[in-house]
Design a protein around this ligand. Structure first.
Ligand code: FES
Length: 118
């Protein structure tokens, strides 16, 4: 299997993937970053949104190999190293903006990308 490497939440990560491995599978199953969820598997819900080179991407829609060499940020990379939550995480918490919580990570990553763009 081919070896891929990318920077995830500021750290270089590598792993072997099959050609068909999705980025969300690589993040969750190979790297153990289970904060990114799969809600629909049909590219509709956004629960799987992460940032790839600064752009929001539904990680169920791209292959892990397509992110080779990219900078990827997941929900685990939003808080500071000392555990201080990102302002959006604080805001979602303060205003109970999470519904059941399953897709909250995707909502935060989408909101962060929107705010960074605008
Ligand atoms: Fe629903 Fe990716 S899991 S859009």
């Amino acid at each position: 299997m081919p070896q891929i490497s990318m920077k995830v939440n500021g750290e270089t990560k590598s792993g072997e993937v099959e050609g068909r491995t999705l980025l969300v599978e690589f993040l969750r199953e190979t790297l153990g970053l289970t904060g990114t969820h799969v809600g629909c598997d049909t590219s509709q819900c956004g629960a799987c949104v992460v940032h790839v080179d600064g752009k929001e991407v539904k990680s169920c829609t791209i292959l892990a190999a397509e992110a080779e060499g990219a900078e990827v940020r997941t929900i685990e990379g939003m808080a500071e190293a000392d555990g201080t939550l990102h302002r959006l995480q604080e805001a979602f918490n303060t205003h109970h903006g999470l519904q059941c919580g399953f897709c909250t990570a995707g909502m935060i990553m989408s909101a962060a990308a929107l705010l960074e763009k605008t």
